[in-house]
Design a protein around this ligand. Structure first.
Ligand SMILES: Nc1ncnc2c1ncn2[C@@H]1O[C@H](COP(=O)(O)OP(=O)(O)OP(=O)(O)O)[C@@H](O)[C@H]1O
Ligand SMILES: [Mg+2]
Length: 385
Protein backbone atom coordinates (compact mmCIF):
# COMPACT_ATOMS: atom_id res chain seq x y z
CA UNK A 1 0.00 0.00 0.00
CA UNK A 2 2.78 2.38 1.00
CA UNK A 3 4.94 1.33 -1.94
CA UNK A 4 2.15 2.20 -4.27
CA UNK A 5 1.73 5.59 -2.60
CA UNK A 6 5.42 6.50 -2.71
CA UNK A 7 7.65 7.97 -5.41
CA UNK A 8 11.03 6.56 -6.39
CA UNK A 9 14.19 8.63 -6.42
CA UNK A 10 17.67 7.67 -7.63
CA UNK A 11 20.71 9.21 -5.98
CA UNK A 12 24.29 9.22 -7.30
CA UNK A 13 27.23 8.40 -5.00
CA UNK A 14 28.34 11.52 -3.12
CA UNK A 15 25.10 13.36 -3.82
CA UNK A 16 23.41 15.17 -0.93
CA UNK A 17 19.84 13.93 -0.56
CA UNK A 18 18.91 16.91 1.61
CA UNK A 19 20.57 19.38 3.95
CA UNK A 20 19.91 19.91 7.62
CA UNK A 21 17.25 22.60 8.00
CA UNK A 22 15.67 21.98 4.60
CA UNK A 23 11.89 21.64 4.32
CA UNK A 24 10.81 18.03 4.60
CA UNK A 25 9.47 16.07 1.64
CA UNK A 26 8.51 13.10 3.82
CA UNK A 27 9.85 9.71 4.83
CA UNK A 28 12.66 8.03 2.86
CA UNK A 29 12.91 4.26 2.67
CA UNK A 30 16.19 2.92 1.33
CA UNK A 31 15.60 0.34 -1.37
CA UNK A 32 19.20 0.02 -2.47
CA UNK A 33 22.58 1.50 -1.61
CA UNK A 34 24.05 3.10 1.49
CA UNK A 35 23.65 6.59 2.95
CA UNK A 36 25.28 8.58 5.68
CA UNK A 37 23.22 10.72 8.06
CA UNK A 38 25.23 13.48 9.71
CA UNK A 39 24.94 16.71 11.63
CA UNK A 40 27.11 19.76 11.34
CA UNK A 41 27.72 20.65 15.00
CA UNK A 42 29.81 23.71 14.16
CA UNK A 43 31.66 24.84 11.04
CA UNK A 44 34.59 22.53 11.84
CA UNK A 45 32.83 19.51 13.23
CA UNK A 46 30.59 16.91 11.71
CA UNK A 47 29.02 14.17 13.80
CA UNK A 48 27.76 10.94 12.26
CA UNK A 49 24.26 10.12 13.35
CA UNK A 50 23.80 6.85 11.45
CA UNK A 51 24.54 4.78 8.36
CA UNK A 52 21.46 3.39 6.63
CA UNK A 53 21.06 0.64 4.05
CA UNK A 54 18.34 -1.33 2.26
CA UNK A 55 15.17 -1.82 4.32
CA UNK A 56 15.94 1.07 6.65
CA UNK A 57 14.21 4.43 6.71
CA UNK A 58 14.88 7.95 7.92
CA UNK A 59 13.02 11.22 8.14
CA UNK A 60 10.25 9.81 10.29
CA UNK A 61 10.32 12.75 12.68
CA UNK A 62 9.84 15.35 9.96
CA UNK A 63 7.20 13.06 8.54
CA UNK A 64 5.14 13.40 11.68
CA UNK A 65 5.74 16.97 12.78
CA UNK A 66 6.25 18.50 9.33
CA UNK A 67 9.28 20.40 10.66
CA UNK A 68 12.56 20.99 8.84
CA UNK A 69 15.20 18.26 8.39
CA UNK A 70 17.24 17.72 11.55
CA UNK A 71 20.23 16.20 9.75
CA UNK A 72 21.98 16.04 6.39
CA UNK A 73 21.90 12.88 4.27
CA UNK A 74 24.62 11.99 1.76
CA UNK A 75 24.68 8.90 -0.45
CA UNK A 76 27.83 6.80 -0.09
CA UNK A 77 26.88 4.60 -3.03
CA UNK A 78 24.43 4.95 -5.90
CA UNK A 79 21.13 4.53 -4.06
CA UNK A 80 17.42 4.02 -4.68
CA UNK A 81 14.89 5.60 -2.36
CA UNK A 82 11.18 5.39 -1.91
CA UNK A 83 9.90 8.82 -0.85
CA UNK A 84 6.62 8.94 1.03
CA UNK A 85 4.97 12.32 1.00
CA UNK A 86 3.74 13.54 4.41
CA UNK A 87 0.14 14.16 3.37
CA UNK A 88 -0.10 10.82 1.60
CA UNK A 89 1.44 9.06 4.58
CA UNK A 90 -0.89 10.69 7.11
CA UNK A 91 -3.87 9.70 5.01
CA UNK A 92 -2.65 6.09 4.88
CA UNK A 93 -2.02 6.14 8.60
CA UNK A 94 -5.63 6.90 9.42
CA UNK A 95 -6.76 4.06 7.19
CA UNK A 96 -4.37 1.41 8.55
CA UNK A 97 -4.21 1.01 12.33
CA UNK A 98 -1.41 -1.59 12.10
CA UNK A 99 0.75 1.00 10.31
CA UNK A 100 0.10 3.37 13.17
CA UNK A 101 1.21 0.71 15.66
CA UNK A 102 4.41 -0.01 13.72
CA UNK A 103 5.14 3.68 13.41
CA UNK A 104 4.70 4.29 17.13
CA UNK A 105 6.90 1.29 17.93
CA UNK A 106 9.63 2.58 15.64
CA UNK A 107 9.49 6.08 17.09
CA UNK A 108 9.57 4.85 20.66
CA UNK A 109 12.58 2.68 19.91
CA UNK A 110 14.49 5.58 18.47
CA UNK A 111 13.59 7.79 21.45
CA UNK A 112 14.73 5.03 23.77
CA UNK A 113 18.01 4.70 21.90
CA UNK A 114 18.80 8.36 21.97
CA UNK A 115 17.91 8.62 25.66
CA UNK A 116 20.24 5.71 26.31
CA UNK A 117 22.98 7.42 24.32
CA UNK A 118 22.50 10.63 26.26
CA UNK A 119 22.64 8.90 29.63
CA UNK A 120 25.68 6.89 28.64
CA UNK A 121 27.39 10.03 27.36
CA UNK A 122 26.64 11.86 30.59
CA UNK A 123 27.95 8.97 32.69
CA UNK A 124 31.14 8.82 30.65
CA UNK A 125 31.59 12.55 31.08
CA UNK A 126 31.13 12.25 34.81
CA UNK A 127 33.57 9.38 35.14
CA UNK A 128 36.09 11.36 33.12
CA UNK A 129 35.68 14.43 35.30
CA UNK A 130 36.06 12.36 38.48
CA UNK A 131 39.17 10.74 37.07
CA UNK A 132 40.68 14.09 36.15
CA UNK A 133 39.96 15.37 39.65
CA UNK A 134 41.67 12.35 41.22
CA UNK A 135 44.62 12.74 38.82
CA UNK A 136 44.95 16.41 39.72
CA UNK A 137 45.10 15.62 43.43
CA UNK A 138 47.46 12.75 42.89
CA UNK A 139 49.87 14.96 40.97
CA UNK A 140 49.64 17.66 43.63
CA UNK A 141 50.14 15.32 46.56
CA UNK A 142 53.09 13.60 44.89
CA UNK A 143 54.66 16.98 44.28
CA UNK A 144 54.16 18.10 47.87
CA UNK A 145 55.58 14.84 49.17
CA UNK A 146 58.54 15.15 46.80
CA UNK A 147 59.26 18.71 47.91
CA UNK A 148 58.99 17.62 51.54
CA UNK A 149 61.52 14.91 50.89
CA UNK A 150 63.92 17.41 49.30
CA UNK A 151 63.56 19.90 52.14
CA UNK A 152 64.41 17.25 54.70
CA UNK A 153 68.15 17.28 53.98
CA UNK A 154 68.81 21.03 54.31
CA UNK A 155 66.47 21.05 57.31
CA UNK A 156 68.59 18.37 58.93
CA UNK A 157 71.74 20.41 58.31
CA UNK A 158 70.19 23.53 59.83
CA UNK A 159 69.12 21.46 62.80
CA UNK A 160 72.64 20.12 63.37
CA UNK A 161 74.15 23.59 63.01
CA UNK A 162 71.67 25.05 65.48
CA UNK A 163 72.53 22.42 68.08
CA UNK A 164 76.21 23.33 67.69
CA UNK A 165 75.31 26.96 68.36
CA UNK A 166 73.14 25.89 71.31
CA UNK A 167 76.04 23.87 72.71
CA UNK A 168 78.41 26.83 72.46
CA UNK A 169 75.93 29.31 73.88
CA UNK A 170 75.30 27.06 76.87
CA UNK A 171 79.00 26.42 77.47
CA UNK A 172 80.60 27.22 80.80
CA UNK A 173 83.27 29.40 79.16
CA UNK A 174 80.77 31.78 77.65
CA UNK A 175 78.82 31.79 80.86
CA UNK A 176 81.85 32.87 82.88
CA UNK A 177 82.86 35.40 80.26
CA UNK A 178 79.39 36.92 80.09
CA UNK A 179 79.02 37.02 83.86
CA UNK A 180 81.89 39.49 84.12
CA UNK A 181 80.91 41.60 81.16
CA UNK A 182 77.44 43.21 80.97
CA UNK A 183 77.76 44.07 77.27
CA UNK A 184 78.68 40.48 76.44
CA UNK A 185 75.79 39.21 78.55
CA UNK A 186 73.32 41.28 76.60
CA UNK A 187 74.79 39.94 73.37
CA UNK A 188 74.54 36.35 74.57
CA UNK A 189 70.95 36.84 75.78
CA UNK A 190 69.97 38.22 72.39
CA UNK A 191 71.54 35.25 70.67
CA UNK A 192 69.82 32.81 73.00
CA UNK A 193 66.46 34.38 72.24
CA UNK A 194 67.09 34.22 68.51
CA UNK A 195 68.26 30.63 68.78
CA UNK A 196 65.10 29.65 70.61
CA UNK A 197 63.11 31.08 67.73
CA UNK A 198 65.23 29.15 65.25
CA UNK A 199 64.81 25.90 67.18
CA UNK A 200 61.07 26.26 67.48
CA UNK A 201 60.70 26.92 63.81
CA UNK A 202 62.94 24.05 62.83
CA UNK A 203 60.61 21.84 64.83
CA UNK A 204 57.59 23.35 63.17
CA UNK A 205 59.11 22.89 59.72
CA UNK A 206 59.95 19.33 60.65
CA UNK A 207 56.36 18.60 61.68
CA UNK A 208 55.10 20.11 58.45
CA UNK A 209 57.51 18.05 56.38
CA UNK A 210 56.32 14.92 58.17
CA UNK A 211 52.69 15.80 57.42
CA UNK A 212 53.51 16.57 53.80
CA UNK A 213 55.20 13.21 53.47
CA UNK A 214 52.07 11.50 54.80
CA UNK A 215 50.17 12.87 51.82
CA UNK A 216 51.89 10.36 49.65
CA UNK A 217 50.74 6.89 50.58
CA UNK A 218 53.84 5.39 49.01
CA UNK A 219 55.90 7.15 51.67
CA UNK A 220 53.90 5.85 54.61
CA UNK A 221 54.59 2.17 54.80
CA UNK A 222 52.28 -0.25 56.51
CA UNK A 223 52.33 -4.03 56.47
CA UNK A 224 49.52 -6.15 55.16
CA UNK A 225 47.99 -7.96 58.12
CA UNK A 226 44.93 -9.90 59.15
CA UNK A 227 43.22 -8.13 62.02
CA UNK A 228 39.85 -7.55 63.62
CA UNK A 229 38.21 -4.30 62.51
CA UNK A 230 36.08 -3.97 65.64
CA UNK A 231 39.12 -4.43 67.91
CA UNK A 232 41.02 -1.88 65.86
CA UNK A 233 38.19 0.65 66.15
CA UNK A 234 38.02 0.12 69.91
CA UNK A 235 41.80 0.40 70.27
CA UNK A 236 41.85 3.62 68.27
CA UNK A 237 39.07 5.08 70.40
CA UNK A 238 41.10 4.14 73.48
CA UNK A 239 44.16 5.83 71.95
CA UNK A 240 42.13 9.01 71.58
CA UNK A 241 40.59 8.77 75.04
CA UNK A 242 42.86 11.28 76.76
CA UNK A 243 42.28 13.93 74.12
CA UNK A 244 38.58 13.11 74.09
CA UNK A 245 38.30 13.63 77.82
CA UNK A 246 39.99 17.04 77.63
CA UNK A 247 37.68 18.09 74.82
CA UNK A 248 34.59 16.62 76.55
CA UNK A 249 33.89 14.24 73.71
CA UNK A 250 31.88 11.10 74.12
CA UNK A 251 32.96 8.45 71.64
CA UNK A 252 30.58 5.53 71.12
CA UNK A 253 31.28 2.47 69.06
CA UNK A 254 28.07 0.97 67.69
CA UNK A 255 28.81 -2.27 65.97
CA UNK A 256 26.23 -4.32 64.13
CA UNK A 257 28.19 -7.55 64.45
CA UNK A 258 26.96 -10.21 66.82
CA UNK A 259 29.92 -12.45 66.03
CA UNK A 260 33.31 -10.76 66.23
CA UNK A 261 34.77 -13.20 63.69
CA UNK A 262 32.70 -11.37 61.09
CA UNK A 263 35.00 -8.38 61.54
CA UNK A 264 38.11 -10.14 60.26
CA UNK A 265 39.96 -8.03 57.73
CA UNK A 266 43.11 -8.47 55.72
CA UNK A 267 44.49 -5.02 55.01
CA UNK A 268 46.51 -2.17 56.49
CA UNK A 269 45.63 -1.62 60.17
CA UNK A 270 48.08 1.26 60.62
CA UNK A 271 46.48 3.22 57.82
CA UNK A 272 42.99 2.53 59.10
CA UNK A 273 44.01 3.83 62.54
CA UNK A 274 45.40 6.99 60.95
CA UNK A 275 42.15 7.52 59.05
CA UNK A 276 40.05 7.24 62.22
CA UNK A 277 42.34 9.49 64.27
CA UNK A 278 42.19 12.18 61.59
CA UNK A 279 38.38 12.04 61.59
CA UNK A 280 38.22 12.20 65.40
CA UNK A 281 40.58 15.19 65.44
CA UNK A 282 38.43 17.00 62.91
CA UNK A 283 35.27 16.39 64.95
CA UNK A 284 37.05 17.70 68.01
CA UNK A 285 38.37 20.80 66.27
CA UNK A 286 35.50 21.71 63.95
CA UNK A 287 32.30 20.02 65.10
CA UNK A 288 32.73 20.93 68.76
CA UNK A 289 35.32 23.73 68.87
CA UNK A 290 36.73 25.28 72.06
CA UNK A 291 36.24 22.03 73.98
CA UNK A 292 32.48 22.49 74.00
CA UNK A 293 32.19 18.73 73.69
CA UNK A 294 29.62 16.39 72.20
CA UNK A 295 29.00 12.94 70.82
CA UNK A 296 30.91 11.04 68.17
CA UNK A 297 29.39 7.77 66.94
CA UNK A 298 31.57 5.26 65.19
CA UNK A 299 29.63 2.52 63.45
CA UNK A 300 31.63 -0.29 61.89
CA UNK A 301 29.81 -3.03 60.00
CA UNK A 302 29.41 -4.91 56.77
CA UNK A 303 28.74 -2.81 53.74
CA UNK A 304 25.24 -3.66 52.55
CA UNK A 305 24.18 -3.27 48.98
CA UNK A 306 25.86 -4.15 45.76
CA UNK A 307 29.54 -4.41 46.49
CA UNK A 308 32.15 -6.42 44.78
CA UNK A 309 34.37 -7.47 46.55
CA UNK A 310 32.63 -7.92 49.96
CA UNK A 311 33.39 -4.79 51.96
CA UNK A 312 33.32 -3.22 55.39
CA UNK A 313 31.79 0.15 56.09
CA UNK A 314 32.75 2.51 58.90
CA UNK A 315 30.93 5.77 59.56
CA UNK A 316 32.24 8.43 61.91
CA UNK A 317 29.38 10.75 62.77
CA UNK A 318 29.29 13.89 64.86
CA UNK A 319 26.34 16.11 65.75
CA UNK A 320 28.27 19.37 65.76
CA UNK A 321 28.45 22.46 63.61
CA UNK A 322 28.62 20.76 60.24
CA UNK A 323 29.98 22.28 57.04
CA UNK A 324 28.56 24.77 54.59
CA UNK A 325 28.04 23.48 51.05
CA UNK A 326 31.20 25.35 50.01
CA UNK A 327 33.39 23.76 52.66
CA UNK A 328 31.91 20.33 51.99
CA UNK A 329 32.72 20.59 48.30
CA UNK A 330 36.35 21.44 49.02
CA UNK A 331 36.96 19.46 52.22
CA UNK A 332 39.18 16.84 50.55
CA UNK A 333 41.26 19.38 48.69
CA UNK A 334 44.88 19.45 49.89
CA UNK A 335 45.64 22.63 51.86
CA UNK A 336 41.98 23.59 52.14
CA UNK A 337 41.23 24.53 55.73
CA UNK A 338 38.93 26.88 57.60
CA UNK A 339 41.12 26.52 60.67
CA UNK A 340 44.52 27.88 59.70
CA UNK A 341 44.41 30.05 62.83
CA UNK A 342 43.82 26.91 64.91
CA UNK A 343 46.88 25.26 63.42
CA UNK A 344 45.15 23.37 60.61
CA UNK A 345 47.14 22.74 57.45
CA UNK A 346 44.21 21.37 55.46
CA UNK A 347 45.90 18.08 54.81
CA UNK A 348 43.92 15.82 57.17
CA UNK A 349 41.10 14.84 54.85
CA UNK A 350 43.38 14.81 51.80
CA UNK A 351 45.57 12.28 53.59
CA UNK A 352 42.49 10.33 54.69
CA UNK A 353 41.19 10.16 51.16
CA UNK A 354 44.53 9.05 49.77
CA UNK A 355 44.83 6.35 52.40
CA UNK A 356 41.30 5.10 51.73
CA UNK A 357 41.60 5.00 47.96
CA UNK A 358 45.27 4.10 47.50
CA UNK A 359 45.99 1.88 50.46
CA UNK A 360 42.64 0.34 51.44
CA UNK A 361 41.40 0.37 47.82
CA UNK A 362 38.13 1.75 49.09
CA UNK A 363 35.86 4.76 48.70
CA UNK A 364 35.01 7.65 50.98
CA UNK A 365 32.02 9.95 51.12
CA UNK A 366 30.96 12.84 53.28
CA UNK A 367 27.57 14.01 54.46
CA UNK A 368 27.32 17.28 56.29
CA UNK A 369 24.71 19.91 57.09
CA UNK A 370 25.34 23.08 59.03
CA UNK A 371 23.94 22.77 62.53
CA UNK A 372 23.34 19.04 62.15
CA UNK A 373 26.80 17.57 62.00
CA UNK A 374 29.01 15.56 59.74
CA UNK A 375 29.24 11.90 58.79
CA UNK A 376 32.21 10.46 56.95
CA UNK A 377 31.72 6.97 55.54
CA UNK A 378 34.58 4.76 54.47
CA UNK A 379 33.94 1.59 52.48
CA UNK A 380 36.79 -0.85 51.84
CA UNK A 381 37.28 -4.49 50.78
CA UNK A 382 37.43 -7.07 53.56
CA UNK A 383 40.51 -8.64 52.08
CA UNK A 384 43.27 -7.21 49.95
CA UNK A 385 44.87 -10.60 49.35
N1 LIG B 1 33.76 17.01 61.56
C1 LIG B 1 33.79 18.20 60.91
N2 LIG B 1 32.85 19.14 61.19
C2 LIG B 1 32.88 20.34 60.56
N3 LIG B 1 33.80 20.70 59.65
C3 LIG B 1 34.77 19.81 59.34
C4 LIG B 1 34.82 18.52 59.95
N4 LIG B 1 35.87 17.86 59.43
C5 LIG B 1 36.45 18.68 58.55
N5 LIG B 1 35.81 19.86 58.49
C6 LIG B 1 36.15 20.99 57.59
O1 LIG B 1 36.95 20.51 56.52
C7 LIG B 1 38.17 21.26 56.45
C8 LIG B 1 39.27 20.37 55.95
O2 LIG B 1 39.59 19.36 56.90
P1 LIG B 1 41.06 18.74 56.95
O3 LIG B 1 41.09 17.68 57.97
O4 LIG B 1 41.45 18.37 55.57
O5 LIG B 1 41.96 19.98 57.35
P2 LIG B 1 42.23 20.62 58.78
O6 LIG B 1 41.64 19.76 59.85
O7 LIG B 1 41.74 22.02 58.70
O8 LIG B 1 43.80 20.61 58.87
P3 LIG B 1 44.72 19.36 59.31
O9 LIG B 1 43.86 18.14 59.24
O10 LIG B 1 45.80 19.34 58.26
O11 LIG B 1 45.21 19.68 60.64
C9 LIG B 1 38.37 21.80 57.83
O12 LIG B 1 39.15 22.97 57.81
C10 LIG B 1 36.93 22.07 58.29
O13 LIG B 1 36.46 23.30 57.80
MG1 LIG C 1 42.00 17.68 59.97
Amino acid sequence: MLAAAGARRSIAAGEVVFHEGAASDGLHVVLEGKLRILRQVDPNMVVDVALVGPGEAYGEIALLDGGPRSATVVALEPSELLVLDRDVFLRQLSEAPSLMGAMLGQLTRSIRNSTERLVRGELEQRALRAEMEVEKYRALTEMVAGVAHEINTPLGTVNTASSVVRHRLDSQELHTFAASNPAARELVDDMREALLLIERNIQRAHRLVETFKKLSVSQTVDVLETFNVLDLVNDTVALFRLEARQAHLELRVQSAWSDSAAATCTGYPGHLTQILLNLFTNAERYAYPHDEGGRIDISPGDHVGASDPPSFEITVRDYGRGMTADVRARAFEPFFTTGRALGGTGLGLAIVRNLVTESLKGTISIWSETGQGTAVTVIFPKSLQ
